[in-house]
Design a protein. Structure first.
Length: 162
């Protein structure tokens, strides 16, 4: 009987000496780490990430083209700012000379002055959905004046049923 009472006491006293894994502090650290990574992965310096593109149904994917991004602040060609968007709201401006000059510079750098290359020249226009169409029309007019006949508007692709 003594041994059994002694065994019970030892079991009772030794019960609290095993290592217990506390998950709450580990979850706190993991959640802080996840928020840190999410915050820093979506805070890039690329202005294209701040664009809210309109939605459309698209069957074909875009090809490698010259990209023109129109943010509410600036017009960027291949990531290089060329003009300020608020200046293009003026109705007296027909074509944007900065766009024409930058496209000519790209043409000189890439050597696409041949007739076959001129037929294949394309522009992809990424514009924020808050930009008025008259501003986009001025940019597209400047592109066609530079010899770029194919202009595609970038949109967010959605399915046909919804």
């Amino acid at each position: 009987m003594r041994e059994s009472r002694r065994l019970r006491r030892m079991e009772r006293n030794n019960k609290h000496h095993y290592a217990r894994l506390n998950l709450i502090p580990m979850l706190d650290v993991l959640s802080v780490l996840v928020f840190f990574l999410l915050f820093h992965s979506f805070n890039g310096d690329m202005p294209e990430q701040r664009l809210a593109l309109p939605q459309s149904i698209v069957e074909t994917k875009p090809r490698g083209t010259v990209a023109i991004s129109v943010t509410p602040e600036a017009v960027l060609i291949q990531g290089e700012p060329v003009a300020k968007t608020p200046e293009l709201y003026d109705d007296r401006i027909g074509t944007v000379h900065e766009v024409t000059e930058r496209l000519a510079q790209i043409e000189r750098e890439t050597g696409t002055a041949t007739v076959a290359a001129a037929e294949a020249r394309e522009i992809t226009l990424l514009a924020d959905k808050t930009i008025p169409f008259k501003v986009l029309k001025k940019i597209m007019t400047s592109c066609t004046a530079s010899g770029y006949g194919k202009i595609s508007l970038a949109v967010i692709q959605k399915t046909a049923h919804g």
